[in-house]
Design a protein around this ligand. Structure first.
Ligand code: 8DG
Length: 133
């Protein structure tokens, strides 16, 4: 049976209303696709706590996690990922890539110009269609 992993990802908006996108590096699973930064939820953690911890570990800054924006379950070849995207704002510091190959701030309407991890596509669609309403 495939392993099912619960993942939280941050949709971080800056003062210019741009969203932070992160490129997975060659050293990560799923290399060279874009994602919302985050990671696996540990036992006993709520989504907000998990996300704030992951962002501190990965991007070396502090965020405040907000509401759950979108959930999607995607079946990869080796695992099933439940991707939970939460809104977030930076509280302290600037994001720096440590594990990722690149970070990029993009206006919502330009998100579809990137090649996203398959599990992220419904969230990207949700975020980009929300803007045109
Ligand atoms: N953080 C994050 N992970 C995502 C997204 N979309 C997506 O498919 N994933 C996948 C990639 C990973 O398999 C898993 C997240 O776990 P992780 O970020 O802790 O990744 P990891 O490198 O430790 O995972 P792994 O190599 O052990 O598989 O979910 C996303 O938008 N953000």
């Amino acid at each position: 049976m495939k392993k099912r992993v619960k993942v939280v990802a941050a949709v971080i908006e800056n003062s210019e209303k741009e969203l932070l996108c992160a490129l997975r590096s060659n050293d990560m699973s799923l290399p060279n696709v874009w994602e919302f930064p985050g990671g696996k939820v540990e036992n006993g953690e709520d989504f907000g706590t998990a996300l704030e911890r992951e962002i501190k570990e990965e991007l070396h800054c502090s965020i405040r996690a907000g509401e759950l924006l979108h959930t999607h379950v995607h079946e990869y070849e080796k695992a099933i990922v439940e991707l939970n995207c939460l809104s977030a704002v930076i509280e302290k510091g600037e994001p720096h890539a440590s594990e990722h190959a690149k970070l990029l701030w993009l206006p919502k309407e330009n998100l579809t110009s990137l090649q996203w991890a398959p599990a992220d596509i419904p969230a990207v669609d949700f975020l980009t269609t929300k803007v045109s309403r």
